[in-house]
Design a binder for this molecule. Sequence first.
Ligand code: GDP
Length: 449
Amino acid sequence: MFEALSSKLNGVFDRLRRRGALNETDVAEALREVRVALLEADVALPVVKELTNKVRDRAIGQEVIRSVSPAQQVIKIVNDALVEALGGGEGDTGQRGLDLNAPSPVPILMVGLQGSGKTTTSGKIALRLRARDRKKVLLASLDVHRPAAQLQLEQLAGRAEVTSLPIIAGQSPLEIAARAMDVARRELYDVVILDTAGRLAIDEALMAEVAAVKAATKPHETLLVVDAMTGQDAVNTARAFQDKVGVTGIVMTRVDGDARGGAALSMRAVTGAPIKLLGAGEKLDALEDFHPDRIASRILGMGDIVSLVEKAAETIDKAEAEKLAAKMQKGLFDLEDYAKQLQQIGKMGSLSGILGMLPGVGKIKAQLEDANLDTKILKRQAAIIGSMTPKERRTPDIIKASRKRRIAAGSGATVQEVNRLLKQFDDMSAMMKRMNKLGQKGMMRGGLA
Ligand code: GDP
């Protein structure tokens, strides 16, 4: 559901990445674009403001990790702010997934507008609780306004292979709810899912009915079902239900459609209630847990860039990296430095592992794996450099045929491998010189990311 937002943000970050070093103006410009992208995705204005302010403060206050591109640093900051907006920040105690931690039978009350997917979601939850969690589930429809709704739930119960409360015509919602709880207690059900009447729009009378059912059954979870496709309306609906009835969590349906995603991003901030589940299709098994961090990286289309930045921050010796960067800029980068860089990369784990965390490199990664270019190659190159004399490392130009043979023999490599390493180093030095001419800074970035 986040495709459009995702591609907009990616455009912003691509431009940022091409800049290399960043100044405050670059960051401000990128932030302005992020803000427009969020607004276009229908994210509520106060949420957009809070999010962009947070990113600005952090981006400017934060020391950029030299070895990772500053653009990625900004992306990481945006990512963290998104996770927080989605309710996944550190210290956010919002319960993820359903909370069934109560004496049986645990009542779950389903509320929401008509057509939001409430009845379907009741069936989905019933199926999951029975099949995955081995719970004994009773489904009951309290919709006395539309008899078809009761039949629909009965059918869904059949498909989910759980029991539904026998329909007795003429009973009030409160009577049905009481009967459901009674049956559940006597027949030792673990969970009772009470599907309330839908409404086409926020309607005081129906709202009062739901509130009365809630007061009588004291549900452990009151789940509001909203349709992601309705955007800002979904947020307004949620606010109304939160005020009038009080909900413990939100289920967002139709995330399989092309909803712009703004509702998901606004929900937590506007209602205070966490999104707990996502409905991603009409089938009964199309129910997903809501993971703020995964949603954020889906929005950013970032693969696992976040882990990469964290890993780089953990493993890269900053002082060493600064020294190297300075040497590169002066064109003094030699094989000794190259060996050090290999070591740093080695510390971060396998090369294909690192590449796997980068967005859009699936193809390159496969090629590399084909060529078996991985830690093995890094280690071999380090060994080749290891059998050079210090003079050879500082001035690789002196390495001619006989030295090559000696180095190859000393490191258990072939002369071709020594050639390949020297060629690679030459190419790298040439590229650095070119980039220095262009006046760009921070060569390590080119080496790692
Ligand atoms: P209710 O009136 O709130 O109970 O809504 P229903 O459960 O009857 O759902 C209305 C329509 O939306 C049905 O055709 C469902 O199959 C469909 N629906 C429900 N959830 C989803 C979902 O997550 N994705 C898609 N694509 N359709 C859904």
